[in-house]
Design a binder for this molecule. Structure first.
Ligand code: BGC
Length: 500
């Protein structure tokens, strides 16, 4: 028998929970478990459901490219290809102190960013966890909470006698507000929320200018702060990663949600030709690609589990691409497969499965843990199933769970590669190659995610796919938002498109 690591211990999950691990010397024989062969037969079925062939990927890329073009040419498309009013790349010489508030899918972050030029910066930040209730309460209340956290941050970090930051009477600190949800922008300090994503549902916010709502909250707290730019996390990531490495031409986020941004030629954004911007410039585009194939579901390989995730979400039909990829949903997809096997009497016979039957009980972090388990006996899986779900498992079952996690994680990475490939191909970046700044929990923490994206790019493009390389990006929501605030100030000071 091969040697295995034995013993007990505990690990802390990203959610903050502690998980105990212990080794068994034999599998339970008193409970009726599925045989190795049964699990292998089931695995074959899921392999065919979740595997994406190179040919299918290339078809998806073609449809994706058409969708990107359509979004650039007409307003109100499913993939809205949002002009961000971030004109061109940073010089790398942007300097100064900037505040940023980042309302992400999981946390609220407040940062003070000091840009030092030459691609250098310093960041001081505080993070606050958002509760599920906050995501559903009145929109204005949510922005008030953001302003309140900002006030605490300013009081703690900027009013200090020793801090270098002293405001002149009447002076206001520029703030970049990173609001990572699809917003139509008419200028850089404006953004009408098209729809909430990532499980948010705060009423009286969709269809409203969220920059104006946040300004109202800032006034309530009498903060000496001016909202200079409203940005998306992908746009921030695009600019921040180009600030430190000008080879970065695309930014992607694979976290609770998923999305991409890139720099487009204004002449190739027909829908804004009447706004009065010279056609020779460039503007960053927030693709909002999570919405690809929403509503019509023509191009993506959705399984019945994906359909259940969609139908039981607070936004059925929407964010079809995101629901196959992002960290918010992968755990739930796996959980639904397990529930099906419970219903069919294959798994956990004679055991109480109620804990696993709770929607979203299976965290996407569990997939990462299952995949990265280094032990022959799959101790991590034992730990997850006993500690969180009070379920006994056999080695054959645990091997099946790990294989299933791999199928779901790999499909997510390969679909992500399709999105990147669509932008690369549309912009003609393949021959000369380009670097893609990537961020988000899935990209940063899921074992092998980046390698699978790269493998996917080669499946789409052949050997030339190697020219496209993703790497961990700079902090877009903090640093990127500060650079954009600085670029905007410099542009307006120079009298360029001052009303945009
Ligand atoms: C949002 C995007 C965001 C992405 C990553 C998506 O759900 O619609 O605006 O960039 O998540 O955070």
């Amino acid at each position: 028998m091969p040697a295995s690591r034995r013993g007990s211990g505990s690990i802390v999950l990203p959610s903050g929970q502690t998980m105990a691990m212990h080794t068994r010397t034999h599998d339970e024989e008193d409970l009726p478990h599925a045989t190795k062969k049964t699990m292998a037969d089931h695995l074959r079925k899921y392999e065919s459901l979740f595997t994406l062939t190179p040919q299918r990927m290339r078809m998806i890329v073609e449809a994706f490219k058409d969708t990107l073009e359509l979004g650039l040419s007409k307003h109100k498309q499913t993939v809205p290809m949002i002009p961000t009013y971030v004109f061109g790349w940073p010089t790398g010489q942007e300097k100064g102190d900037y505040l940023s508030v980042d309302l992400g899918g999981t946390n609220l972050r407040v940062c003070l960013v000091t840009l030092e030029g030459e691609g250098k910066f310093e960041v001081t930040q505080t993070k606050y966890r958002l509760t599920e209730e906050q995501k559903q309460e009145e929109g204005q209340k949510l922005f008030d909470f953001c302003a309140e956290c900002l006030k605490t941050f300013v009081d703690t970090n900027l009013q200090d006698e020793n801090s270098g930051l002293k405001l002149q009477p009447g002076e206001k600190l520029p703030l970049g507000f990173t609001f990572s949800y699809p917003c139509t922008q008419e200028r850089i300090d404006h953004g009408e929320l098209i729809r909430w994503t990532k499980g948010f549902g705060a009423p009286n916010t969709e269809g409203h200018d969220v920059a104006a709502m946040f300004r109202a909250s800032l006034e309530k707290f009498e903060l000496p702060i001016e909202l200079t730019a409203l940005i998306n996390d992908t746009t921030g990531t695009l600019i921040a990663s180009n600030y430190v490495n000008p080879k970065n031409k695309i930014a992607v986020i694979f976290g609770t949600g998923c999305n991409a941004a890139y720099m487009e030629y204004v002449k190739d954004i027909p829908k804004i030709h009447d706004v009065g911007i010279g056609l020779d410039g460039q503007m960053a585009i927030n693709c909002e690609w999570g919405a690809f194939d929403s509503f019509e579901h023509e191009h993506l390989p959705r399984t019945k589990y994906d359909q259940i995730v969609d139908e039981t979400s607070n936004k059925p039909g929407e964010q079809a691409f995101e629901k196959l990829i992002s960290g918010r949903y992968l755990g739930e997809i796996l959980r639904l497969v397990l529930c099906e096997l419970i219903d069919e009497g294959v798994l956990f016979l004679g055991q109480n499965t109620y804990k696993l039957e709770v929607p979203y009980a299976f965290d996407t972090a569990f997939l990462s843990l299952l995949e990265s388990d280094p032990t022959d006996e799959l101790l991590m899986a034992i730990g997850i199933f006993t500690h969180f779900f009070a379920l006994e498992t056999t080695l054959a079952e645990r091997q099946f769970f790990r294989a299933l996690a791999k199928l779901i994680g790999r499909r997510a990475a390969r679909l992500s590669a399709c999105g990147i490939a669509a932008i690369v191909s549309k912009m003609g970046y393949l021959e000369e190659g380009c670097s893609v700044g990537a961020d988000g929990s899935l990209y940063n923490k899921y074992p092998g995610f980046a390698d699978r994206v790269h493998e996917g790019l080669q499946d789409v493009f052949g050997d030339k796919g190697r020219n496209i390389v993703t790497h961990h990006a700079e902090d877009g929501s903090g640093v990127g938002s500060a650079i954009i605030a600085a670029m905007t100030k410099a542009r307006k000071d120079a009298g360029i498109y001052v009303d945009l």
